[in-house]
Design a protein around this ligand. Structure first.
Ligand SMILES: NC(=O)c1ccc[n+]([C@@H]2O[C@H](COP(=O)([O-])OP(=O)(O)OC[C@H]3O[C@@H](n4cnc5c(N)ncnc54)[C@H](O)[C@@H]3O)[C@@H](O)[C@H]2O)c1
Ligand SMILES: [Zn+2]
Length: 360
């Protein structure tokens, strides 16, 4: 299991955690161009103070840094700095840095440890946890990668202060997902303290992160390599979301925004199949409406798109099996499951129409 700490300030603990694990204090610290500006000075100072020997690696702050080209260049920097198997990698950033640094760590000299210091809400609650690391292939996102669990995850919620609100909402989409799939009580909490969490107020933001981390750890521990289908519940809303992201060319719409619309559709579909009541669907849609998604985005990539086109764009989602999409749906709030059977296109269309009405 990974050592996980959530506190402010957290970086001061790094030496203690390394000692506890008997891990040598030689590290390659990865940032992107933004997180280097924001955090490199402080983190370097702390590493120096605590007797670490380290090199710094900065990648471009963009999704396309998750590539073989970037990894290959970074391997070169590490070889030149005499990095060997006694070293570890530390990733300071969002999911892009975490995934690329994790990919490099998993493959460099057949694998060295990775430590995650997530700096976006999405990375703190989702991508830094669970051990999936990947780069993109021109034919598909996250296609090439490993399961490589971090030895340590250091979460300092204060790092979120510089994060644009849109990124906060994006991360919060996954937080809401955890409540919907395994923790109904957490949904009550999110409904009560939504504004405080968005405003990063203590102790609400810490609590939201901690409960999300617990949820993800629990699901991942039950099904680390996605074999039993349990981990698939993390995919709630994501099959529909894939269509919206694809329709927006993976550019205009943030992943979290697509997931919110996707969770609305998936909740409506759960109702269409008779799993949940219309009151439950309304409750879920009400909180989704509090996320302030840009109405122009909703119009262009959802309301103006025919259900048939949305369904068509879901078909390349990698979670499909036997030629049809397998949806993660709700049995109730806090209880998601993977629906193995094929669902009639008519039912999917009805659900999309119902979800559209929510956003009109
Ligand atoms: N491995 C997994 O299990 C997993 C899960 C979900 C998503 N992902 C991956 O995560 C990536 C998305 O991650 P993301 O949303 O964190 O995006 P990101 O890493 O691109 O970060 C978003 C932006 O915020 C900037 N930033 C980071 N921290 C900041 C801070 N504290 N203040 C100000 N700006 C900051 C970044 O430089 C970047 O410009 C995708 O590549 C996705 O595939 C992986
Ligand atoms: Zn997601």
């Amino acid at each position: 299991m990974s050592e996980i700490i959530i506190e402010t300030p957290a970086i001061e603990q790094i030496g203690i955690l390394y000692n506890k694990l008997g891990q040598g204090k030689k590290v390659a610290v990865f940032y992107d161009t933004h997180t280097a500006k924001l955090f490199e000075k402080d983190i370097s100072q702390e590493l120096n103070k605590q007797g670490f020997h380290f090199i710094t690696i900065v990648i471009e702050a963009k999704e396309s840094s998750k590539s073989f080209e970037t990894a290959f260049k970074v391997y070169g920097d590490m070889i030149q700095a005499n990095v060997d198997r006694s070293w570890s990698v530390i990733a300071v950033g969002g999911g892009v840095v975490g995934d690329l640094a994790g990919f490099v760590a998993a493959s460099f000299m057949r694998g060295i440890p990775i430590v995650q210091i997530p700096t976006t809400l999405l990375a703190m609650t989702d991508s830094s946890i669970g051990g999936k690391v990947a780069i993109n292939h021109p034919l598909g996102k996250n296609m090439i990668g490993f399961f490589h669990k971090p030895i340590i995850i250091i979460i300092d919620p204060a790092y979120l202060k510089s994060l644009p609100k849109r990124e906060i909402y994006g991360g919060l989409a996954e937080v809401l997902k955890y409540a919907l799939i395994i923790d109904e009580e957490f949904l009550d909490y999110l409904e009560d303290y939504f504004d405080e969490i968005v405003a990063l107020k203590s102790p609400y933001i810490e609590e939201a992160i901690a409960r999300s981390v617990d949820a993800k750890v629990k699901v991942v521990n039950d099904d680390y390599k996605e074999q039993s289908g349990i981990r698939a519940i993390l995919n709630f809303g994501h099959t529909f979301a894939h269509a919206f992201e694809k329709l927006s060319n993976f550019e205009d719409m943030r992943h979290g925004e697509a997931v919110l619309l996707g969770m609305s559709c998936a909740s409506c579909l759960s109702e269409t199949l008779g799993n949940i009541s219309s009151e439950t669907t309304s409750r879920i849609n009400d909180i989704i409406l509090r996320f302030n998604i840009d109405p122009a985005l909703i119009q262009t990539y959802f309301l103006n798109v025919e259900p048939a086109a949305i369904i068509e764009n879901m078909k390349s989602d990698k979670k499909k099996a036997d030629g049809y999409n397998r949806f993660t749906l709700l049995e109730d709030v806090g209880r998601a499951y993977l629906h193995y059977e094929r669902i009639d296109e008519e039912d999917i269309t009805d659900a999309i129409e119902q979800a559209k009405a929510v956003f009109r």
